[in-house]
Design a protein around this ligand. Structure first.
Ligand code: AMP
Ligand code: MG
Length: 406
């Protein structure tokens, strides 16, 4: 069976996955969601001219001969409509955020003033120009401004901007609800004693966590035995309750690798040997219209397969723009030899990337590079793709995919 280039496999999967139907979300539910429509401000921010400091609102012209003494005619607090104006020779004591009184065109910060005993007058020690310490209406946002374009991943700051213009609900893509299923007769969950031949299911918690980190909703569907009818039933049930399904195990060449067999029977399926190591075997199919990602069972393979093939498609379904489908690739320096043998595949070496004193990323192997070496994968924060060949020597430039962060 010929090896399929990673890019071809990924393009195939991306093509088969559509973004979900957008819907309304309250701001409380919108963090990390992707906007489906631009949000336009109906208001100005700030909504009125106001003071940027605690001090005295004045007519700038009155301060020309500073120090000058001005009569204090009122106090203006935040939250109050301006009542008393500032006439020539007058000042209004003003707090940060209070509307600028009529007649005033500048604020003198309180640190540059000396109020008289009793506060009836104030000595202004500096001369100011019109606009000093004033925040003009609309100098952040004007009505009609786009506050969040379509395709924006909403951050805490965006939610604040939306709230600042009175928007309480946004149209966003929902998180893909993704079922996670482990397959294998050998798998057990929890802490009980292992019977001969059994191992613990580590893929399910890992894949659920990767999904949450990818902005999806994970649905833990448990384990299913290496049994055709059981897998078939599990797939049918999963396809009904979920937008997509991620399985691990059962896609290799073994006698009991039934996931690919069942997927083929249930619907359209492509089983591939992808030109990567780890994570060569991969099955992708549609059960009805629900995409099913058949990842290999070895723990590192399932994670790498998720990163390279499932995650981009699930991010697409969740509305992320193409620039946010893949993990970010950054230039790095190999601080040690990263060796491999030619085999027609791209090797994704698990590495630890740190930022050096030179401001560049530096990488070292994270440990054992076997597809069962999950602890090295856990220690890694990046994958270094090494093209077919002998690998790279210490000091060489490598591009790495950063796994931490969104
Ligand atoms: P398979 O892809 O089903 O041939 O499994 C390949 C290897 O991964 C075998 O050693 C399995 O025991 C192991 N494996 C499969 N599923 C899991 C899982 N959910 N957690 C941990 N190891 C697994
Ligand atoms: Mg298996």
């Amino acid at each position: 069976m010929p090896l399929v280039p990673l890019e071809e496999a990924r393009a195939y999967v991306l093509d088969a996955c559509r973004s979900l139907r957008p819907g309304p979300a309250s701001l409380a539910d919108a963090l990390g969601r992707v906007t489906a429509l631009p949000v336009v401000s109906g208001e100005a921010v700030p909504p009125f001219d106001n003071s940027a400091m605690d001090g005295f609102a004045v007519r700038a012209a009155d301060t020309a001969g500073a120090p000058v003494s001005l009569a204090v005619v009122a106090t203006a607090a935040a939250g109050q409509a301006p009542a008393v104006g500032v006439g020539p020779g007058q000042a209004v004591r003003i707090m940060t955020g209070a509307p600028l009184p009529p007649g005033a065109d500048a604020v003198v910060m309180v640190e540059r003033t000396v109020p008289s005993q009793g506060g009836a007058s104030v000595e202004v020690q500096i001369s100011v120009t019109p606009g000093t310490a004033c925040r003009r209406a609309g100098d952040d946002l004007s009505p009609g401004d786009v506050v969040a374009d379509a395709g924006v991943v909403l951050s805490p700051g965006h939610l604040g901007v939306l709230a600042s213009v009175g928007v309480t609900e946004v149209t966003v893509f929902p998180p893909a609800r993704v079922g996670v299923l482990s397959t294998g007769d050998e798998l057990v969950s929890g802490s009980g004693p292992l019977q001969p031949g059994q191992i613990r299911d580590s893929n399910r918690p890992t894949l659920c966590a990767l999904l949450v980190q990818a902005g999806c909703e994970a649905v833990d569907l448990g384990t299913v035995a290496d049994d055709g009818p059981a897998i078939s039933e599990a797939f049918r049930a999963a396809a009904e309750c979920c937008d997509a399904v991620v399985t691990s195990g059962g896609v290799s060449m073994g006698d009991f690798d039934l996931v690919k067999v069942v997927l083929d029977r249930l619907g359209e399926m492509r089983w591939m040997q992808v030109a990567i190591k780890p994570a060569k075997p991969f099955a992708f199919g549609l059960v009805g219209t629900t995409p099913v990602f058949g990842l290999p069972g070895n723990p590192v393979s399932s994670m790498v397969s998720f990163e390279l093939l499932a995650r981009p498609a699930l991010r697409k379904m969740t509305g992320f723009p193409p620039s946010a489908w893949a993990r970010p690739a950054v230039a790095a320096v190999a601080d040690e030899d990263l060796r491999r043998r030619p085999d027609g595949k791209t090797h994704f070496v698990r590495v630890v990337a740190t930022v050096g004193h030179d401001g560049r990323y530096h990488v070292r192997s994270a440990g054992g590079q076997g597809s069962h070496h999950l602890s090295a994968m856990a220690a890694a924060n990046a994958l270094a793709p090494l093209d077919d060949g002998e690998g790279v020597e210490a000091g060489a430039a490598v591009s790495v995919l950063l796994l931490d962060g969104p």
